[in-house]
Design a protein around this ligand. Structure first.
Ligand code: SF4
Ligand code: SF4
Length: 501
């Protein structure tokens, strides 16, 4: 007799007094949890397949469903939490690496929540953003140390043109393939309407989205999927992806099942073939090598586009950033260890890297100390959850922030962390046609526009409260932050005082 030690994590609870046997839940669940028993004339559920995505709960016309966490427990053991025991069972069953999606769900210090923002009182009065202008426009790229003029009086612009954003928020890299066509369409349309940028990730750019080029960051990752001259010239900026917060030090893997015809064409790889990007760029083993790639990309695009270098937040991030600033790159993107992903080995996602708050503070500090802060802008990402996180990130030294998970939530994601399975019931992280069409790109774009608009309003309110009327004046203004419940060492790295000081 085969014994199954891998139990259901969730239980489907159906209120049979409400259920009308319409079978909508059965049609909507791509995981095949619900089914109708003609013999028993009732709905049944296979709980073991449920990932708690809430799709059936949301569509049930009778409000008859809820999903609860299984109460099945192991005997309490502080050394061996239930989750760890289950993982050992799963690995001894399959012999495989545990895979996960989205960001690190483990408890850990969230420094955003341990920092408080200042407000003006009595002197240095606050500013009312409803009545006075408040500048959220942001320019990313090299900042000239001095303004110089040509003999005819015009400004001399020696640097690569910067990236102009209406507000310091960008949609972070999510590739076509890991997310659906409709999800990409929603991000592209929203970026255009908002005057910000979205990012292709490492999957190339679908021909339909070239029209959004001035709001697109095109990524060059180690696999070079979909990278060609027209692609590089299509975007407003080019991002070299060295690392990602959710999986520092390793490459990417998009399963062949997600490489459908259109994805294969966009990535320039065979249909159904696994898209495996190598851990390193095979042409980058030093800052000099990185510099060669930066300038190859600039040469290809006529020195008209800023180049971003994206790295994961790791132990010696300040030194790494200093090297990147000297490589000729215009922008550094730092991705913290709580950042999301379409698929990553669980152990790597949950144990490698450092919080973006500490990485950001130390990078900004180091670049200032070395007198090269103006050489690069900094984008911080990796679990930015609200406008308050944005304010704190900018005060710590970021010029702008990337949002990924928050953008997906706006599109309807329920953080079930099953993107890698390709059966996203919300039409986001899937290539199955029947599922993709569940996401209306127009409605999705509007929800993204609402989210970023709301955050920008809040940003202005908080800046006004501090008596600050521009992002430029907030950037790196750590006097506006105070720590709460942090050690001296943590305060020192963050470069802020404790509340009360
Ligand atoms: S969708 Fe709701 S009402 Fe319809 S079968 Fe499922 S549980 Fe019953
Ligand atoms: S996987 Fe989602 S749609 Fe399917 S039963 Fe669970 S919550 Fe409902």
């Amino acid at each position: 007799m085969k014994v199954n030690n891998v139990y259901a994590e969730f239980e489907v609870v159906r209120d049979f007094s409400r259920c009308i046997n319409c079978r909508l839940c059965e049609k909507q669940c791509a995981n095949g949890v619900h089914c109708y028993s003609a013999e028993k004339k009732t709905m049944l559920a296979d709980d073991s397949k449920c990932v708690n995505c809430h799709r059936c709960v949301a569509v049930c016309p009778a409000r008859a469903l809820k999903i609860v966490k299984s109460e099945l427990t192991f005997r309490g053991n502080a050394n061996w939490p239930d989750e760890v025991i289950k993982q050992v069972y799963r690995q001894s069953e399959t012999g495989g690496v545990l895979l996960s999606s989205m960001g690190n769900p483990k408890e850990g210090p969230i420094y955003w929540d341990k920092m408080l923002v200042n407000a003006s009182q009595v002197t240095n009065p606050s500013i009312d953003p409803l009545r006075e202008p408040m500048e959220t426009r942001t320019y990313l790229g090299k900042k000239p140390q001095r303004m110089e003029r040509n003999p005819d009086g015009s400004l001399r612009l020696e640097h690569t043109p910067g990236l102009e954003l209406s507000t310091p928020i960008l949609f972070s890299a999510m590739s076509y393939g890991s997310i659906s066509y409709n999800a990409h369409a929603a991000l592209a349309r929203a970026a255009k309407e908002l005057g910000i940028c979205y990012n292709t990730g490492e999957g190339g750019l679908h021909e339909d989205f070239y029209q959004y080029g001035s709001n697109t960051i095109v990524q060059v990752a180690s696999g070079r999927f979909g990278v060609h001259k027209d692609y590089l010239n299509a975007g407003a900026a080019i991002e070299i992806k060295i690392g990602q917060g959710a999986k520092p030090g390793i490459g990417g893997h998009l399963p062949g099942a997600k490489i459908v015809a259109d994805v294969s064409k966009t990535r320039m790889i065979p249909e159904g073939a696994d898209a495996i990007s190598p851990a390193p760029h095979h042409d980058i083993y030093s800052i000099e090598d990185l510099r060669q790639l930066v300038f190859s990309l600039k040469e290809t695009t006529g020195y008209a586009k800023p180049v971003i270098v994206k790295v994961a937040a790791v132990h010696n991030i300040a030194a790494i950033a200093s090297g990147i600033a000297r490589s000729g790159a215009d922008i550094i993107a730092i991705d913290g260890y709580r950042g999301g992903t379409g698929a990553a080995p669980t152990r790597i996602r949950d144990n490698i890297g450092i919080p973006v708050e500490l990485a950001l503070a130390s990078v900004d500090e180091r670049l200032r100390e070395e007198g090269i802060r103006g050489e690069v802008s900094i984008i911080a990402g990796g679990s930015i959850r609200s406008s308050a996180d944005v304010v704190k990130a900018i005060a710590l030294g970021a010029d702008a922030i990337y949002i990924g998970t928050a953008a997906l939530l706006a599109l309807g994601c329920h953080l079930c962390r099953s993107c890698h399975a390709g059966k996203c019931n919300w039409g986001i992280a899937t290539q199955r046609e029947d599922l993709v069409k569940r996401l209306d790109p127009e409605e999705g774009a509007q929800r993204l526009v609402h989210l970023v608009t709301a955050w920008t309003h809040e940003l202005k309110e908080m800046m006004g409260g501090m008596g600050i009327n521009s992002i430029e004046a907030l950037r790196g203004n750590r006097l506006m932050l105070r720590g709460i419940g942090l050690t001296d060492r943590e305060l020192n790295i963050l470069g802020i005082k404790h509340a009360g000081e």
